[in-house]
Structures are given as C-alpha cells and as structure tokens.
Write a protein that binds this ligand. Structure first.
Ligand code: RFL
Ligand code: PHB
Length: 391
C-alpha cells in the first residue's frame, strides 16, 4: 500500500489530521490497533476550549457540537463553605463547551466514513521504518498477515503507549516527566448535573470535581491515593465522599446522586517528549505529551497540534516547501509547554499533598484567584482563551 501520509492511531489527533489533510487534497491511511467500537466508547475528556470549537466548526465538524454541546461561560472554584464563579466570557471574551471526546470521535468517524477514508482497524504490531530517509514506511499485521504502508511522511498519533514516540532514538530525544502522588476516581452517572457549570473543589479530604456530559448525565471525580482499587469504593461511598467534598458546607446546595454506569481510576502525570519531529516522523497529541486532566487540556492540545501539523505537511507534500514542517516542533511546543504549566498549576493548587504548608498556600492562591481580576484573568486566559498558535 502507498499513501502520502501514514497516520498511526485513530484517536482524535489521527482522525482530525486525516480530515484536515483531506480538505487540502492530501491523502492519508490510518492504522489503528483497536476496533472502531473500542475507540468510540472510551470515556475521556469532556471540555472543548474556544479555539478547539472554532477549529472543528471551520473544518465542517460543528453541526452536532452546536446542537448537543453545552456552552459554559466559566467554572466554579470552591473551598469549604465558599463557591466562587469565574466568568471567562466576562474576563477574556471566550467560553468553553461541554462536549465529550466520545462525541468528537463520533463526528470524526462519520466525516471520514462519508469521505471513504481508509482506516485499518485491529492492526497489530505497528512499527515505523526508515524515518530518516525519503522512503519511510509502516509495517503491521492484520489477521496474522504482514502488511506494509509506504508514505512520504508518517504521523505518530498513537498515544502514550504507541510505537511512534519510542521510535525516536535516545540520542535525539529529551523527555520531561512528573508523576503525581495521587490519582482520580472518575464516575459517569445517569443523573442530571446538580450544577450549571463545572465545580472544581479544594477540600481537606482531597480534590473533587463535578462535570457533566449532558442535561441527564453527570461526570464526577474524586482525588484518591495512587494504586487505589476501584472495587474498594462502593457506589454509596463514592456519593458520600462527593457530597462531602463538593457541597456539605455550601448553603442551600446538595448533590443529587444517581445510578453510576462507569467508574475507573486514572493516574496523573505530566510528560513532554521533544522534538516532536524526527526525520519524516511527526508526533502529535498524547504521543508527544501527557497532562494531568485538571486543566482540561489533553484533547484540546491534540487538536491544537494537528491544526499546526496539517498545513505543515500540506506545504511539504504539495509544494515541496519544508518551512512549516521544519518549524512544527518548535511551534507546537510553545502551546504544549504553556498547557503543561497550566495543568500542573491547576493540579498543584487543588489537590491535597498531605503537607499542611502546601494547604495554606493553596487556599491563599484560591482566595487570590477568586478575588483579584488580574489573577482570575490569567486562569481564564489559559483555560478558555489560548489561541491555537502561540509564541
Ligand atoms: P488517543 O486518544 O490515546 O489515541 C491514540 C490512538 O492510537 C492507538 N494506538 C495504536 N494504533 C496502532 N498501533 C499501535 N501500536 C497503537 N497504540 C495505540 C490507540 O488505540 C488510540 O486509538 O490520543 P490522541 O488522539 O492524541 O488524543 C488525546 C486525548 O485522547 C487525550 O489527551 C485525553 O483524552 C486525555 N484524557 C483526558 N483529557 C481531558 O482533558 N479530560 C479528561 O477527563 C481526560 N480523561 C484522558 C482521560 C486520557 C486517558 N488515558 C490516555 C489513559 C482518561 C484516560 C483514561
Ligand atoms: C470531564 O468532563 O471529564 C473533565 C472536565 C474538566 C476537566 C477534566 C475532566 O478538567
């Protein structure tokens, strides 16, 4: 098989890249390890920032988003007894949208299917070859049969466990990593959200968050110790902890409980691998970087990466102009590091570390963000307002 861009991974990064390239007349083939159903059903991110929404709309992917998505003006930040609303629209003129990654993935699958995009699901043992030559290629097996896909360039959109990031030699790459001493227990529940906008709550028992997927489905998170076994949290215990951390001391507010349909424990880490390009291999999304979810940046960063990568590959392939491709890693990393810092900052401000000194600093910082327009604007700009290209 031969194509112009071989894309490894059919998550949001790989699918959106293929969509943007097709709009510019560049062909791609996507190689994915899992089934379509598996990729579609993974419950992950929930918030799209302003620039992601604009990009999806300009790429013709905004119809369902406009109908099913819920626009939020801001978020609530909370300490026991005090809930403060940050209005991003008022602060930076930008809103965010509740629209789950599963919905984004559905839109991408529908659009690529309508365009007859070739996506090879259940491809095992994908590997990249000759990435520093003009004839890079990908190998994989389908139903036990060896396959080879030749391309002009390879896009590694295969997340944190895929082969792409590992294909960059140790002598070339640099890795920055931070493992956090806590995890999130995340639940999805068939109950109307008890809040109009997301609540991020600092609490001595640990961080809690109230998010949502629709008017009838809530998404909630609790800070838990690393290596927590999800089975050690009964549904009753989960609701009790959520209720305590989210609202026991907020006058006149209570958390509505309901049937939990999914629960899992997510470890938290920050990871950046540079450069995001090696020869003819370009990394995008989680393949190059991971952020803890507190800043709601993972999916948005994947979208931002491919918005830079698609025009760069188009210019390289159609005009033989390497300028944007040569700048890709540097350009994308400006935003990656900004979001890496913001995600670390939100995480550090809101999670209990066990150190009483940290707890005092956190509460002071939360009071500052809740009372100073300058501080609130900084948070709002990072949460809702970063342009796709910064630097
Ligand atoms: P994805 O979505 O992981 O897609 C990568 C795709 O590559 C495939 N793949 C391979 N294909 C072929 N051969 C191989 N050897 C392969 N190895 C892997 C995978 O099957 C997959 O389909 O990365 P992408 O496209 O870069 O998108 C990034 C986002 O998915 C990610 O940043 C966010 O979902 C992160 N994230 C969250 N972000 C938030 O903002 N809020 C959240 O609540 C949130 N929850 C999460 C998350 C990430 C999680 N992961 C990665 C474990 C919850 C989880 C569990
Ligand atoms: C979610 O809805 O899953 C979500 C929202 C905001 C975050 C993290 C996760 O910061």
């Amino acid at each position: 098989m031969r194509t112009q861009v071989a894309i490894i991974g059919a998550g949001p990064a790989g699918m959106l890249l293929s969509h943007l390239l097709a709009a510019d007349g560049v062909d791609s083939v996507i190689v994915e390890a899992r089934t379509e159903q598996y990729v579609l059903s993974r419950i992950r991110a929930g918030i799209l920032e302003h620039s992601s929404v604009e990009l999806l709309r300009s790429a013709g992917l905004g119809d369902r988003l406009s109908h099913k998505g819920i626009e939020h003006r801001g978020i609530y930040l909370q300490t026991p007894g005090e809930r403060h609303h940050l209005d991003f629209v008022d602060l930076v003129g930008r809103s965010v949208w509740v629209y789950g990654q599963t919905e984004v993935q559905k839109d991408l699958v529908a659009a690529r299917r309508a365009a007859d995009q070739q996506i090879i699901y259940q491809a095992a043992d994908a590997a990249v070859h000759d990435i520093t030559t003009d004839r890079p290629y990908v190998t994989f097996t389908v139903d036990g049969k060896a396959q080879r896909l030749d391309a002009e360039v390879i896009a590694g959109c295969d997340g944190s466990f895929g082969p792409s990031r590992a294909a960059v030699p140790q002598t070339v790459k640099q890795v920055w990593e931070k493992i956090y001493p806590y995890s999130w227990l995340g639940v999805l529940a068939d109950v109307a959200p008890s809040t109009d906008e997301l609540i991020y709550a600092w609490h001595p028992d640990g961080f809690a968050m109230h998010s949502m997927r629709s008017q009838t489905v809530s998404r909630l998170y609790l800070q838990v110790p690393n290596d927590t076994d999800v089975k050690s949290w009964s549904h009753e215990r989960i609701w009790e902890a959520l209720s305590t951390r989210l609202g026991a001391s907020i006058d006149g507010w209570s958390l509505q409980a309901g049937p939990i349909t999914e629960s899992s424990v997510l470890p938290m880490r920050s990871y950046v691998q540079t450069p995001m390009r090696h020869g003819k291999l370009f990394l995008a999304g989680d393949a190059a970087h991971i952020v803890p979810p507190t800043g709601a940046k993972g999916l948005n960063l994947a979208i931002a990466d491919v918005s830079v990568l698609a025009p760069a590959l188009t210019a390289l392939i159609k005009k033989n102009d390497p300028t944007l491709a040569d700048d890709y890693s540097h350009t994308a990393l400006q935003r990656v590091w900004r979001c890496t810092h913001f995600s670390w900052w939100m995480t550090s401000m809101l999670h209990i570390s066990g150190d009483p000194f940290d707890a005092q600093l956190q509460q002071s910082q939360l009071r500052w963000v809740s009372s100073s327009r300058a501080a609130a604007t900084g948070l709002a700009e990072n949460y809702a307002g970063l342009p796709l290209h910064i630097g």
